[in-house]
Write a protein that binds this ligand. Structure first.
Ligand SMILES: Nc1ncnc2c1ncn2[C@@H]1O[C@H](COP(=O)(O)OP(=O)(O)OP(=O)(O)O)[C@@H](O)[C@H]1O
Ligand SMILES: [Mg+2]
Length: 256
C-alpha cells in the first residue's frame, strides 16, 4: 500500500493565495481520481469555508489535536474523493501551547501517521504565521508549496523562507522538496515580469510552470463555497489550475 504525499501550503506572508491554492489543488487532484485529504490548519478556517463546509464544533482539527481524538473522527467528506479536516477559531489555542515539550511540534504528524495509507495526497493549508501551527505542518510534510505574488517584498519573504527551510532540513536530517507558484500574477505589470525573471534565475527548478493570474473569479469562489472547477469550469482560471495540477503531478518546472 502506498503512502500519501504530504504537502504544506506555506508562506508566512498573508493573503498570497495559500487557501485558494489548497482548495483548488485538492479538488483538482480529486477530480483526477486521487484520494485527497485537505487539512485546515488555520484558525481563520478559510479552507473550511472555501469548500462550503459547515462544521459543527465537534468535528474540527483542534478537537483531535488537543483532546486526543483520532483525526478520522473529525474528518468530513467535502467532494467525491476529497475529505477535509475542518477547523475553527478554537485552533488558535494550539498556538498558545507552550512549546517546551518537544512533542507539541509533532501533534499533527502523530495524527497523520494513521491516515497516510488512506490517501494519495494530504494538503495542509497553513496560517500566515511562523508559530507552533506552522511547525506542526513542517514536521508533518515532505514537501512545501509556496504561493507568492509578483512583488519585491514577496521575493524577499521567499528568500527568507528558503533559508528557514534549509535550517529545518539540517535539524530534521531530511530533505524537503520545495515548490513555488506565482499566484495572483499580473501578466501586464512590469514588476511582476521582473520578479518572475529573478525567481527563474534563483530557483529555476522549483517554480511550477503555470502561473495563476489575478482574477476576480477566484476571489468570488469562496463566497459560494465552490472551487473554480465548480464555479466557472470553462474559465481561464480553471484552465490555469488544471494545468498547475499537472505541473504538480509531473513536477514540471521552469527548468524543463
Ligand atoms: N489569483 C487570484 N486572483 C484574485 N483574487 C485572488 C486570487 N487568489 C486569491 N485571491 C483572493 O485574495 C484573497 C487572499 O487569498 P487567500 O485567502 O487564498 O490567501 P492566503 O494566503 O490563504 O491568506 P491568509 O494568509 O490570510 O491565510 C482572498 O480574498 C482570495 O479570494
Ligand atoms: Mg489562508
Amino acid at each position: 500500500m502506498s503512502q500519501a504525499r504530504i504537502i504544506s501550503v506555506l508562506n508566512q506572508k498573508g493573503g498570497v493565495g495559500k487557501t485558494t491554492l489548497t482548495t483548488n489543488l485538492s479538488h483538482g487532484l480529486a477530480i483526477k481520481g486521487f484520494n485527497v485529504l485537505a487539512v485546515d490548519l488555520d484558525p481563520q478556517a478559510q479552507l473550511t469555508a472555501s469548500l462550503g463546509i459547515l462544521s459543527d464544533s465537534d468535528k474540527v482539527l483542534e478537537k483531535s489535536l488537543l483532546d486526543d481524538v483520532p483525526l478520522s473522527s473529525v474528518t468530513l467528506p467535502a467532494r467525491e474523493k476529497l475529505n477535509i479536516v475542518p477547523s475553527s477559531h478554537g485552533l488558535s489555542a494550539l498556538e498558545k501551547l507552550s512549546s517546551n515539550g518537544a512533542s507539541s511540534g509533532f501533534l499533527l504528524k502523530n495524527k497523520l501517521d494513521h491516515e497516510i495509507k488512506k490517501y494519495d495526497f494530504i494538503l495542509i493549508d497553513c496560517p500566515p504565521s511562523s508559530g507552533l501551527l506552522v511547525l506542526n505542518a513542517i514536521l508533518s510534510s515532505k514537501e512545501i508549496i509556496t504561493p507568492m505574488t509578483g512583488d519585491y517584498l514577496g521575493l524577499q519573504g521567499l528568500a527568507y523562507l528558503m533559508r528557514t527551510m534549509k535550517r529545518f532540513e539540517k535539524i530534521l536530517e531530511k530533505e524537503l522538496s520545495q515548490w513555488v507558484v506565482l499566484s495572483r500574477f499580473q501578466t501586464r505589470r512590469r514588476l511582476s515580469q521582473e520578479v518572475k525573471t529573478r525567481l527563474k534565475e534563483y530557483f529555476p527548478d522549483k517554480i511550477l510552470k503555470t502561473d495563476i493570474s489575478e482574477s476576480v473569479l477566484l476571489a468570488e469562489c469562496p463566497g459560494f463555497g465552490k472551487t473554480v472547477f465548480e464555479y466557472r469550469p470553462t474559465s481561464k482560471s480553471a484552465d490555469e489550475y488544471r494545468s498547475l495540477v499537472d505541473d504538480f503531478l509531473l513536477e514540471r518546472t521552469h527548468h524543463d
